[in-house]
Design a protein around this ligand. Structure first.
Ligand code: NAP
Length: 246
């Protein structure tokens, strides 16, 4: 088991990529703390699936973009589990439109949920990880955070910010045994991408040399690598999971 007795906190994990990361970690023996906006059938279903794998699981409802709420979640996780080894900053949203039509609210929402949430949780876990002199912080960026994308200026900027945050955290905390890495998925088949129009979907797939979208499980396998000791000397990196999409 790659993560036996480790504790992982994953934000926005009731569904999608976050859920698959939680399940992949649990299969390797990690106890799982996960968050999402609210407790509902979906979060209960995810908790039940994780529990069925024989590990401890707890769900924490809250807005990852809220600084105080994020700190409260981390405090509670430490009280419930005693320690915290892995953080996955996964919560994310899109509010796509061309820049000239983008409202201030659409810009602010995406930056707050995608980028500020990663700051909030990284800030909150740092003291505990520094004390234990170990930790792996994984944040979900995106291919568009590297290349930009028409119609996604807010989302692309938030995901580029994740990369700079990750590289800075890796430099600040490396001497304390804490690693920080980002995953930049390409086009992954989740609710987020199902919301795109059929034309946009076709356009995306035609740009992917592997000629298909990725599965959330394929992102989860890379998160598992970054979470465990197989990547013990990997830090400050961005791993693209994109079927060779440029
Ligand atoms: P998804 O299916 O839309 O799931 C996102 C999850 O985040 C949902 O469970 C959602 O909760 C939760 N969430 C949203 N806002 C939140 C908030 N303020 N606080 C806490 N939780 C919140 O998305 P996904 O495709 O799995 O994406 C996961 C991550 O990968 C995101 O950061 C995304 O940007 C990134 N990514 C995805 C793709 C892709 O192609 N799918 C590509 C590149 C990067 P609710 O259920 O309550 O809405």
């Amino acid at each position: 088991m790659l993560l036996e007795k480790k504790v992982a906190l994953i934000t926005g994990a009731a569904r999608g990529i976050g859920k698959q990361i939680a399940l992949a970690f649990a299969r390797e023996g990690a106890n799982i703390a996960f968050t999402d906006l609210e407790a509902n059938e979906q979060s209960q279903q995810t908790a039940d699936e994780i529990k069925a794998l024989g590990v401890d699981v707890r769900f924490y409802a809250g807005n990852a973009a809220d600084f105080d709420a994020a700190h409260q979640v981390v405090e509670q996780v430490l009280a419930d589990f005693g320690h915290l080894d892995i953080l996955v900053n996964n919560a994310g949203i899109t509010r796509d439109t061309l820049l000239m039509r983008m409202t201030e609210q659409q810009w602010d929402q995406v930056i707050q949920v995608n980028l500020k949430s990663a700051f909030n949780f990284t800030h909150a876990v740092t003291p505990a990880m520094m004390r234990q002199r170990s930790g792996s912080i994984i944040s979900l960026s995106s291919v568009v955070g590297i290349n930009g994308n028409a119609g996604q200026a807010n989302y692309a900027a938030s995901k580029a910010g994740i990369i700079a945050l990750t590289k800075s955290v890796a430099k600040e905390l490396g001497s304390r045994g804490i690693r920080a890495n980002a995953i930049a998925p390409g086009f992954i088949l989740t609710d987020m991408t199902k919301a795109l129009s059929e034309d946009t979907l076709k356009q995306f797939v035609s740009m992917i040399p592997m000629r298909r979208g990725g599965e959330p499980e394929e992102v989860a396998k890379v998160a598992l690598f970054l979470a465990c000791d197989l990547s013990s000397y990997v830090s400050g990196q961005v791993i693209q999971v994109n079927g060779a999409m440029a």
